[in-house]
Design a protein around this ligand. Structure first.
Ligand SMILES: [Cu+2]
Length: 605
């Protein structure tokens, strides 16, 4: 029997571990369904359920394993204004989707036929409504095609038969923490904020660092959610902060103090830690026992800056992997472990680190420290997440790393940081008031290739913003021209952060999500990051997206399309949107093609 209403633990409870589903004989097969439920206060919960009612299982696979996941869309239209316009879209109204990909230039019978065909096929439907869903496997280098990791056209609707995701984990997928979540443009924030997310682990991290062998491991998924007590005054133990400012989404704006009402509450493995008193969840460890913590920031819009405090003193965290990849991997000159005493995680990012439990009688606390999101950002104050309690009879975590790891094979390609980029591209984040004369009007969010005209992500555009050749390495300089912090993310691949606002950074490891600092309006140049982008893996061939991982920004248009063409593709395959035209789908190069070519041209390879 499935539970009703996506039940969640009470604040202050023990941190439960998500259920582990492990591949057997090279295959992990599961049935997953997505549900929604509206709270009395109007906020909406979303949950991924196994047939036995378990929520958000951790999927554990080895490189080379086959994943077969049947996803059923059990979403109902809750008719709420939370998260923007929510259109009714069941099978009965399938001929009137709110937004449909790739059809902007078709007319007459061809369009009707295509729409009927598209409406019946989740692979080409492209519909994006409140009850549509799909899956993105964040961080995996799996091809961006239907039934694998396409999010541009794949759209599953209520009433569809279970939709099959079926792909093999690449044999060279680095071991570490990845995750799955819905990626329906316009509705990503509401689904992820409601709790639709789960961890995915590629086994073998101990092979990158033999000192991890035999360690107990713990998966911690930190999510954000609407405030449980939005009207409460801040705790009396906090310094008094300036007046509360509310941004256009109704969230608390950054007040720059590190205190005050947050934009969202946080939860840890679904145990909420609500404002204003942040009663920590409870995590017990054997005294001084070392554990590998695999921490995922599955928040929709909240930045984390994690620290572990014993009697208030920050403890060393031995970081072994970032964003699913061991820091010593692929020929990187990094040590196996880097000791830090705090670690920043933008939404979408992961960190895997070794923590030593507190001695008996010493109180421990996992906290997130404030993140300065800029004058235009949301409030991410200091707050507790979980108390860490040392107990001799503490239960061991449910999973333990293998005791006798076989070393990883040597890298087959040169270390990314040693490869000379074939070209440099510039992109920038920007925001614009819809009505420049009205400061309360909506904000448009853009990520723009320098030289092109800023415009919101257009799922109908047949022309990618960027075309890249597989096998090449490029440097991308990403500026932030807006007064708030953004988090750049790209599907299908990882990159190395090379410099930060023009200053070289020594970070010999890979990421798939990175902060881009906000513009304070005073410096001569915009802040930026320079990223070495790795298009060498043949699995990156296809059409996919890059975007800000603050999902309200992504839903609001801060996303672009990249096409990676095969290394031997003819030159005409290399056409990206030309600079300065701002061409849209009705006037762009796609309009000259026949409608069937047009569709083919917009389906990812
Ligand atoms: Cu953003």
């Amino acid at each position: 029997m499935l539970p009703h209403g996506c039940p969640r633990p009470a604040p202050g409870g023990a941190v439960p571990e998500p259920k582990d589903l492990r591949s057997r004989h090279g295959v992990l097969k599961l049935d997953l369904s997505i549900h929604d439920f509206q709270e009395k206060d109007g906020s909406v919960r979303y949950c991924y359920l196994l047939p036995d009612g378990t929520q958000s299982p951790t999927l554990r696979l080895h490189p080379g394993d086959l994943l077969i996941l049947h996803l059923t869309d059990d979403l109902t239209d809750l008719d709420t204004t939370v998260g923007g316009a929510r259109a009714i879209y069941g099978p009965a109204t399938a001929h009137a989707p709110a937004m449909t990909h790739g059809m902007a230039t078709m007319h007459g019978p061809a369009m009707e036929m295509s729409m009927q065909k598209a409406a019946s096929d989740p692979c080409t439907r492209g519909a994006m409504t409140a009850v549509s869903t799909n899956l993105h496997f964040h961080g995996l280098t799996v091809p961006p095609v239907c039934h694998e990791d396409d999010v541009l056209k794949t759209s599953i609707e209520p009433g569809d038969p279970p939709f099959e995701y079926r792909f093999r984990i690449p044999a060279n997928e680095p071991p570490g923490l990845y995750w799955y979540h819905p990626h329906i443009h316009g509705f990503s924030e509401v689904q992820v904020l409601g709790g639709a997310s789960g961890a995915l682990i590629i086994e073998g991290i101990e092979r990158a660092d033999p000192t991890l062998a035999g360690l107990p491991e713990r998966v911690l998924v930190i999510r954000d959610q609407d405030l449980l007590n939005p009207d409460a005054p801040p705790s009396k133990s906090e310094p008094v902060v300036p007046k509360l400012f509310i941004d256009r989404d109704g969230d608390s704006a950054n007040n720059g103090t590190g205190f005050g009402r947050p934009a969202k509450d946080l939860s840890i493995n679904f145990v909420p830690v609500p404002y204003p008193d942040y009663p920590p969840a409870r995590l017990t460890m054997k005294p001084r026992e070392r554990e590998l913590w695999r921490v995922l920031n599955a928040s929709a819009i909240t930045y984390l800056n994690l620290a572990v405090l014993y009697r208030g003193a920050p403890q060393p965290l031995g970081v072994v992997a970032i964003d699913g990849i061991p820091i010593r991997y692929g020929g990187s000159p990094a040590p196996a472990k880097v000791r830090v005493n705090h670690i920043g995680l933008p939404p979408g990012a992961r960190a895997e680190f070794v923590v030593e439990g507190p001695p008996l009688g010493v109180p421990g606390l996992l906290v997130t420290r404030t993140v300065n999101t800029g004058p235009g950002g949301e409030n991410d104050p200091n707050r507790a997440l979980a108390s860490i309690i040392a107990a001799s009879d503490a239960p061991e975590p449910q999973s333990r790393l293998p005791a006798h790891p076989k070393p990883l094979p040597p890298p087959t390609l040169p270390w990314l940081g040693d490869v000379k980029p074939v070209r440099v591209r510039r992109l920038y984040f920007s925001e614009k008031l819809q009505n420049p004369n009205d400061p309360t009007s909506a904000v448009a969010f853009y990520i723009t290739v320098d030289g092109q005209t800023p415009k919101p992500f257009d799922p109908n555009s047949p022309v990618p913003n960027i075309v890249v050749k597989q096998g090449e390495v490029e440097d991308w300089i990403i500026e932030n021209r807006s007064p708030e912090l953004h988090a750049f993310h790209i599907h299908q691949l990882h990159f190395e952060l090379v410099d930060w606002s023009g200053v070289p950074v020594h970070e010999p490891f890979l990421r798939d999500t990175v902060n881009v600092p906000y513009y304070n309006g005073r410096t001569l140049e915009y802040p930026s990051v320079r990223l070495r982008m790795d298009f060498r893996d043949p699995n990156t061939v296809g059409t996919f997206v890059y975007h800000c991982h603050l999902l309200d920004h992504e839903d609001g248009g801060m996303m672009g399309i990249i096409r990676v063409v095969p290394a031997d593709a003819p030159p005409e395959a290399h056409n990206a949107e030309p600079a300065g035209t701002g061409a849209d789908a009705s006037t762009g190069t796609g309009a000259q093609r026949s409608s069937s070519d047009h569709i083919a041209a917009t389906i990812p390879h």
